[in-house]
Ligand binder design. Structure first.
Ligand code: N7H
Length: 531
């Protein structure tokens, strides 16, 4: 079978193993560039466990010596990337419906590593400083975190388990819990499930755009191809490996990765309300000879928030009316916005988080280094009729601030949290001036999906500004401290189609995890046997 033939399941999947891996070969680069050892990298890190159901079990270690012994028992259950490739191939050949494939993996927080006696710095500033909780403010999170993520050091790690069936997912996780019954306390367990059509709760198809890792992934047109070290530690593309002046990471980090987990609550009914109230801002004739029905205007309004129609069709290729021809896996990612001025808003979620090409203002290397592998899964029930009816009785304020019981268990992998998740969140999504479109910053606005209101509200008052342009304001805060605020003034013009930006995703916390290679987990287990 050649690379260009299109197997059913893998044809649709964003991350596809290179053909030779499907034939059971070890990855090799002709020029001698080292490639990750797929028997040693946990399977979720790049190829991602195949799943319909997933459990995340967050634990606290209560007995270190026992934990290490239990780790030794658990280690053979960890699914390697090589095994995940075989599983994906089997699904491709037999069809997923009849299969109930089980995969598992483990990851540790900084507090967890410290508890088992590993005090080394791992060469990642965000992981090494402690927990995600310490960076809550920097990430712009204003919601209350779930108690497992409240930074009290009780979250030592997480065990992942995926399966095709709900019952299997629970039973297999129970078996793992039994292994650790005398060495951990389960802090909490989250359950996720794939919704019909691969959609997240707002209704968009997700998981369409992912990077291809050079040498191990098969790339499709438009897919970003990056060095494996951008995701897997200890290879070219890993910023510490590439920087000969940097303090080397401990040897045991090789073939590992960093995972960021976030529980992201989605206020689905509020987003639906917002679209229903504001779709009129899309003109009935957005361009000469393009006439839209009200339904098409509504769909386009929603699509402009994400940068894709709910089906996945990208606005960069199809800016007004959805054309399902662009769902073809050979076309769905084949764009980089260069030729699409005005088609996809700069502030759309996919353009904020992955602007694809910002030459000459931002270098390709910088954007390539910001790539992450997204491996999340939705959680929570579907919206019932009762919930919809109750919703209608709420005030606007109650609707906006409703606590919702569904969302995304977001997980992503990268070799540098700073280059990946942190940059995408703070430097891109939450940064009003990103993507940079020229030397003078233009206010683009917040990411409508994962952005949030700015914590500092501005001052109001009168000034003598009378035209657009650069300004410097000298302000004094209530403690009498002086601040200089420099920027570009722009006259606010309220038009009939202006509307307020609202936010629909609330972070309920998360943490930074080190995902060790399988041999590292085994060595930590074996250490206990020799005690
Ligand atoms: Fe996003 N959504 O359903 O609206 N995301 N995301 N995301 N996201 C993407 O192209 C969504 C979140 C990225 O390469 C799609 O695969 C939701 C975080 C990146 O062109 C959809 C949540 C971060 C991409 C969504 C959420 C990112 C991407 C289109 C939270 C990073 C690829 C499907 C509840 C910090 C962009 C696709 C590219 C795509 C949604 C979170 C990043 C539909 C609901 C936290 C890099």
């Amino acid at each position: 079978m050649s690379d260009t033939q299109k197997p059913r399941f893998l044809h649709r999947r964003a991350i596809v193993p290179r053909q030779s891996l499907l034939l059971g070969e070890h990855p090799k680069e002709a020029d001698g560039t080292p490639l990750p050892d797929l028997n040693n990298v946990q399977g979720d890190v790049y190829f991602m466990f195949p799943k319909r159901w997933q459990r995340f079990l967050f634990f606290k270690i209560t007995n270190v010596t026992q934990f290490q012994k239990d780790l030794d028992t658990y280690a053979p259950k960890i699914t390697s990337s090589a095994q995940t490739v075989k599983d994906l191939d089997e699904i491709d050949k037999k069809g997923g419906a009849t299969l109930d494939i089980v995969s598992s993996g483990i990851a540790f927080t900084k507090a967890g590593l410290k508890t088992i006696g590993i005090k080394n710095k791992l060469g990642d500033a965000h992981f090494d400083q402690g927990s995600l909780f310490n960076e809550k403010k920097k990430l712009g999170d204003q919601g209350q975190y779930d108690s497992v993520f409240d930074g009290d050091g009780n979250n030592h790690g997480v065990i992942l388990l995926t399966a095709g069936k709900k019952d299997t997912c629970k039973t297999k996780m129970d078996e793992i819990q039994t292994i650790f019954k005398n060495s951990i306390n389960v802090v909490t367990t989250y359950e996720g499930r794939v919704r019909t059509g691969d959609g997240e709760h707002f209704g968009w198809r997700d998981g369409i755009s992912q990077p291809a890792l050079k040498g191990i992934g098969h790339s499709k047109p438009g897919q970003r191809i990056v060095k494996p070290g951008v995701v897997i530690l200890g290879y070219p593309g890993d910023p510490v490996y590439d920087n000969k002046d940097a303090v080397a990471r401990p040897e045991f980090t090789k073939n590992g990765s960093f995972m960021v987990f976030r529980k992201l609550e989605q206020n689905v009914l509020f987003l639906e309300d917002y679209v229903n109230k504001n779709w009129h801002s899309i003109p009935a004739e957005p361009k000469k000879n393009i006439k839209l029905t009200d339904e098409q205007r509504k769909k386009l309004f929603a699509a402009q928030m994400v940068g894709r129609f709910k089906s996945g069709v990208p606005l960069a290729l199809c800016p007004y009316i959805e054309d399902s021809d662009f769902l073809d896996p050979e076309k769905i990612n084949n764009f980089d916005y260069t030729e699409s001025e005005g088609r996809c808003p700069f502030a759309a979620h996919v353009r904020k988080t992955a602007p694809r090409n910002l030459l000459p203002v931002v270098g390709k290397e910088y954007l390539d280094a910001s790539v992450i592998v997204r491996a999340g899964i939705p959680y929570g029930d579907e919206i019932s009729k009762q919930e919809r009816d109750d919703w209608k009785k709420l005030t606007n304020d109650q609707k906006e601030n409703a606590v919702c019981h569904r969302g995304l268990l977001f997980a992503c992998y990268q070799s540098s949290i700073d280059n990946g998740f942190f940059r995408q969140t703070t430097g891109f999504a939450n940064n009003d001036f990103f993507p940079l479109t020229g030397l003078v910053p233009q206010k683009i606005g917040q990411d409508p999906i994962i952005g949030g209101p700015k914590p500092v509200t501005g001052t109001t008052g009168t000034t003598d500004i009378s035209q657009d342009g650069e300004v410097t304001l000298n302000l004094v805060n209530k403690n009498g401290e002086k601040y200089e605020v420099a920027g570009v003034a722009k006259k606010v013009v309220q038009s009939a189609t202006s509307f307020d930006q609202k936010f629909f995703v609330t972070s309920r916390g998360g943490d930074y995890y080190f995902v060790p290679s399988i041999s590292t987990v085994k060595s930590w287990g074996a250490a206990a046997q020799s005690k």
